[in-house]
Design a protein around this ligand. Structure first.
Ligand code: M6R
Length: 597
């Protein structure tokens, strides 16, 4: 995720662009840059926050241009990888949010034709491609170039010889037009524009837009003009930064489908997962903290189920104490931030033991990525809420990809089975969206079960046992309700003593091989008078007979059920915390990344 903002008008572009860009800093902040067209094209960029760029900017003159704040996906955060990227003539500048899937082959072809590349980014291929088509018309050249590109993008481009014009285009990354008198704007998100205009029009997938001081033209990629009525925005600036959602956490839960989609992009067809090699892997150890540890536990079940390789999960803070093993598993270290001290310590310990290490991380260039042999990045975009939500879902997606890759390379999965699993992975954004579409139902369930509760129990089995653990962690950290998670079979070994009619039990009863046993466990709970909310599967006619309420996830192969179940439990925790007036994005005593042991 990155932030882009463009301007074509009569005023000096620079202050407007910087002001807009600062309102998009939540979308990424590892580097920033601007391109202004005045008497010539002027480009400035640097690593670090926008303030760092601003401090070194000369007063660039010109009333057309764009700015970019980056959250790296390809190429480490650095000055050279920062946007804008410029073509060989130095006349075209481009900023991009998204991922160009086929950038490597484009780059190869363009280099063979003599283009010189200076960065490691996917974006640079596109600016050279536009250059190769340029014949005096930036709009036409951009349209042709986009015809050759696969992937997601919101782009802005300018040409030194076409002052007063900014070209934009969108596919699967957001782009909005702001309409003002004698000036027009483009941006990734409304907050960047709101100070200047409240009239906006949304650019849709596979559309291009040209802004000049005099007007806005939206066309499809074939060049046909599209009529789009502007809308008036009534949100305040603060509301707008959260995309109209009340909290960042809620916004981020709603970004799960996009996070899944981006994390899968370009990786499924040939199972090319950032150079991950399964050669010589005979067992896997997954190590992490907090929410990432729960993903690790799901990963253990998923890898064993799909790839038939022994896997175990361990808390990073405990890993160093489990001496004695002679085996050398592949050690997977999971961390959203890549800065968690316990996980960094575990990575060093794994190396000391002679193990190969692979990180699953959401932040490019993080400390963890420098400690390990390889890193696979989740592409969930920046996460601001302290409670991890969309990044947990993206971690699950990477774990499925790894399991498929291991299964393919070890021959435990046949072609047909592999294809079937790939198709099911592709359908996960829809499964997450299905749950999000029922947010109202979750709100009333949270009112019923979460408004007054002092204690709660979460139960599940197999891969949905760690999902229950994650559900309990979410409700603890943001609503302050005391919650315990148990493998459902364990209740009868002690915790049943704690169940009373005022202790709600949230039971994950997916249609998996443990279904019958889960139903018995739910029966044991109901018999003690505890109210039971089950997360079940669409069309399950039996389950409602055993529990008080059922929230249905869509019917999908059970191994993938942790994804929609987790989205439902995240929303449930959010709604319970909202009802209880808790400070959701900044819960007490917690920090987004924990850099002490
Ligand atoms: O950045 P990491 O994934 O390494 O962070 C690990 C935990 O600190 C983190 O998951 C924490 O548990 C979150 N607050 C959970 O919502």
């Amino acid at each position: 995720m990155c932030g882009i903002v463009g301007y074509a008008g009569r005023r000096d572009a620079l202050p407007i662009l910087l002001d807009g860009l600062k309102r998009l800093e939540y979308r990424g902040y590892d580097s920033a840059g601007v391109a202004i067209v005045g008497s010539a094209l002027q480009v400035m960029k640097d690593k670090g926050f926008i303030a760092n760029l601003e401090a070194q900017l000369p007063p660039l003159k010109g009333s057309t241009g764009f700015a970019h704040t980056r959250w790296a996906t390809h190429g480490a955060p650095s000055k050279v990888n920062a946007h804008p990227h410029v073509d060989c003539t130095g006349k075209i500048a481009l900023a991009h949010n998204g991922i160009i899937e086929n950038y490597a082959s484009l780059r190869e072809k363009l280099q063979a034709r003599g283009h010189t590349f200076v960065s490691q980014t996917d974006t640079e291929s596109l600016v050279h491609l536009i250059e190769s088509y340029y014949d005096g018309d930036l709009e036409a050249a951009t349209r042709k170039a986009l015809g050759d590109v696969r992937g997601s993008y919101a782009i802005l481009a300018v040409h030194a010889d076409e002052p007063g014009k900014v070209i934009g285009a969108r596919n699967e990354s957001p782009l909005v037009v702001g309409i003002g008198p004698d000036e027009n704007f483009l941006a990734s998100d409304v907050p960047a524009l709101l100070r200047y205009t409240d009239r906006v029009a949304y650019v849709m997938d596979r559309e291009m837009v040209v802004i000049t001081p005099k007007g806005v033209t939206i066309k499809d990629l074939e060049g046909h003009v599209v009529q789009r009525e502007p809308q008036r925005i009534t949100w305040s600036l603060e509301d707008a930064e959260k995309g109209g959602f009340e909290h960042f956490m809620l916004k981020e839960i709603h970004e799960a489908p996009q996070a899944i989609h981006e994390t899968l992009l370009g990786r499924l067809a040939n199972l090319e997962v950032d150079g991950f090699l399964s050669e010589g892997v005979t067992s896997v150890k997954l190590v992490a903290c907090g929410t990432s540890y729960h993903a690790a536990l799901v990963g253990k079940y998923v890898i064993e189920e799909i790839a038939r390789i022994p896997a175990s999960a361990e808390l990073a803070s405990e890993y160093r104490y489990s001496q004695g093993a002679t085996e050398r598993p592949l050690v997977l270290l999971l961390s959203q931030s890549g800065e968690t001290a316990d996980t960094l310590g575990a990575a060093r310990e794994a190396h000391r033991r002679g193990c190969k290490t692979l990180a699953i991380c959401n932040v490019i260039g993080s400390s963890l990525s420098r400690e390990v042999d390889k890193t696979i990045y989740t592409r969930a975009g920046i996460e601001i809420g302290v409670a991890a939500t969309k990044t947990f879902i993206a971690q699950l997606v990477v774990l499925y990809l790894i399991a498929l890759k291991l299964g393919q390379d070890r021959g435990t999965l046949g072609y047909d089975e592999l294809d079937r699993l790939k198709d099911q992975l592709r359908s996960l954004p829809r499964a997450a969206q299905y749950v999000l579409n029922k947010a109202d139902e979750i709100r009333s369930l949270a009112q019923k079960y979460g408004a007054e509760a002092k204690d709660m129990f979460y139960i599940g089995r197999h891969a949905n046992y760690p999902v229950a653990m994650e559900g309990a962690l979410k409700i603890k950290e943001i609503s302050y309700i005391h919650a315990e998670a148990y493998a459902a079979g364990e209740l009868k070994h002690g915790p049943l003593a704690l169940l009373t009619p005022s202790t709600p039990v949230i039971a994950v009863v997916a249609q998996d091989p443990t279904y019958e046993k889960m139903r018995s466990n739910v029966g044991e709970v109901s018999a003690r008078g505890s109210p039971v909310l089950a997360i079940g599967t669409e069309g399950d006619k039996e389950l409602p007979k055993f529990v008080d309420d059922v929230f249905e996830i869509p019917s999908l192969p059970w191994i993938f059920s942790p994804v929609p179940v987790s989205v439902a439990l995240q929303l449930f925790a959010y709604e319970a915390a909202r009802i209880r007036n808790c400070p959701i994005d900044k819960p007490r005593n917690l920090a987004k990344s924990v850099t002490v042991e």
